[in-house]
Design a protein around this ligand. Structure first.
Ligand SMILES: Cc1cc2nc3c(=O)[nH]c(=O)nc-3n(C[C@H](O)[C@H](O)[C@H](O)COP(=O)(O)O)c2cc1C
Length: 355
C-alpha cells in the first residue's frame, strides 16, 4: 500500500514539501488526544522482552527516530504513537535560523538513500522548549540534539551550545552534542579532541546541573578516521559522558552517482556505520551506551547492530521508503526473533558477537 503510494505519487513530488506536509499531519495527530492514544495502544512497543534501560532511562524498545525529522519537536507524541521507542528532536540551535537555500533535500530512490544539505533549519531553542512543554498524553522518551548556530563563529561555539543546553537539558531524557553534520561550515572541526574537550566539558556541567542529571551523548561523523573515532571514544570515557551516537550522514559518495553536495544517508551508509559501531565497541566495551544509526532498513539491520554492541538503534532515511508503520514492524519482528532465539531480555543480545 505505502509502496504504491510512494512510487505513484510521493516520489514525483518535492521531498521537502512532502516532509512539511507529513509533519503538519503528525502535529494534528499529536494534538488529538484520542487518536494518539489509540495509535499508541496499537503500535507502540509493549512486549516486555523489548524493554531496555540505557543511562538510567527506560526505553520501551531499542529502535528510535534519528535526529533531523522532527527538527522543532512538533510531533514527538505522534512518532512515539507510530512505534518509535524514542524520538531525537533537532538539531536545535540557540537562535532560530532558516537553513540553506532550497532545494536542499534529494531522494536517491535506486540507492535507497537521501542527500540533504538542510543546514539546521529550525525555530531555535526557545520555540523547541515551548513545543516540548506542551507534550502530554502519550509516553515518549525525548532526546534533544543541539548544534551550533551558523552565524556564531567557531571561537564562540562553546557559549552557543551552552545557551541551548541551559534551555533544553531540563526538558530532555538525554542530550546530544552534534558536532558531525556536514552542512554547517566548520562544525565537524569541533570533533578534534582539543576543541571537543572544552565543548563537552561545558555542556556536561549544564547537563549535570539539572534536577535529575540529564545524560549526555556526542554524535559523530562516519568520515572520521579510525584513530579519530578512538580518540573521541577515549575522550567520552575520560569526561564521563553517557554514550556516543554513531553515525551522522557522510560526505562520501561511494556507490552512488549523485553529485549533490550535502550529507548522504540511507543504504550506502550501512557498512561504514556498522564499522564505526564495531570499532567503538572494541574500544569502550559496555562502559558507554552506543547508539547506532546509519543505513538501518529492517529488523536484520537492527539485530546486527544489537549483536555488535548497540543498546539503542535509530533510523530516518528508510522510513521515507518504508512508510509510517516501519518502526512498529521492526519492533514486532524483533520481539518474534528474540522469542525464536529463546531470549527474554535484550541484554542477552546486546554485544553478543562483540565479546
Ligand atoms: C533530511 C535529513 C536531515 C537530518 N538532520 C539532522 C540533524 O539536524 N541533526 C543530526 O544530528 N542528524 C541529522 N540527520 C542525520 C540522521 O539523524 C542520521 O544520523 C543519518 O541520516 C543516518 O541515518 P539513516 O541512514 O537511517 O538516515 C539528518 C538526516 C536526514 C536524512
Amino acid at each position: 500500500m505505502y509502496r504504491f503510494l510512494f512510487t505513484q505519487i510521493l516520489s514525483r513530488l518535492d521531498p521537502e514539501d512532502i516532509h512539511h506536509l507529513t509533519v503538519r499531519g503528525l502535529r494534528l495527530v499529536s494534538a488529538a488526544p484520542v487518536a494518539k492514544k489509540l495509535l499508541h495502544r496499537r503500535l507502540a512497543p509493549r512486549d516486555p522482552a523489548l524493554r531496555v534501560q540505557a543511562f538510567g532511562v527506560h526505553f520501551p524498545g531499542p529502535f528510535g527516530l534519528a535526529a533531523g525529522f522532527d527538527k522543532d519537536a512538533r510531533c514527538v507524541e505522534a512518532m512515539s504513537a507510530l512505534g518509535f521507542s524514542h524520538v531525537e528532536v533537532g538539531t536545535i540551535t540557540a537562535h532560530a535560523q532558516p537553513g540553506n537555500a532550497r532545494p536542499r533535500l534529494f531522494r536517491l530512490v535506486k540507492d535507497r538513500a537521501v542527500i540533504n544539505r538542510m543546514g539546521f533549519n529550525n525555530a531555535g531553542a526557545d520555540a523547541a522548549a515551548k513545543a516540548l512543554s506542551r507534550t502530554r498524553g502519550v509516553p515518549v522518551v525525548v532526546g534533544i540534539n543541539i548544534g551550533k548556530t551558523k552565524v556564531v563563529p567557531e571561537s564562540e561555539a562553546v557559549h552557543d551550545y551552552v545557551a541551548s543546553a541551559k534551555q533544553l537539558a531540563p526538558l530532555a531524557d538525554y542530550l546530544v552534542v552534534n558536532v558531525s553534520s556536514p552542512n554547517t561550515p566548520g562544525l565537524r572541526n569541533l570533533q578534534a579532541v582539543e576543541l571537543l574537550r572544552p565543548l563537552l566539558q561545558a555542556v556536561k556541567e549544564v547537563a549535570d546541573g539539572t534536577p535529575k542529571r540529564t545524560p549526555l551523548l556526542v554524535k559523530i561523523a562516519p568520515d572520521l578516521a579510525d584513530e579519530d573515532v578512538d580518540a573521541v571514544a577515549d575522550l567520552a570515557l575520560e569526561l564521563g559522558l553517557d554514550g556516543i551516537i554513531a553515525t551522522n550522514t557522510t560526505i562520501s559518495r561511494e556507490g552512488v552517482t549523485s553529485g549533490e553536495t550535502g550529507g548522504l544517508s540511507g543504504r550506502p551508509l550501512k557498512t561504514r556505520s556498522l564499522e564505526v559501531l564495531r570499532r567503538l565497541r572494541a574500544r569502550v566495551g559496555d562502559r558507554l551506551t552506543l547508539v547506532s544509526v546509519g543505513g538501518v532498513e529492517d529488523v536484520d539491520d537492527v539485530w546486527e547492530r544489537l549483536l555488535a554492541g548497540a543498546t539503542l538503534v535509530q533510523g530516518y532515511t528508510a522510513m521515507i521508503y518504508n512508510g509510517p508503520l516501519w518502526a512498529h514492524r521492526i519492533h514486532r519482528q524483533l520481539a518474534r526473533r528474540m522469542r525464536r532465539h529463546g531470549a527474554t531480555d535484550l541484554r542477552e543480545i546486546i554485544g553478543r558477537t562483540a565479546r
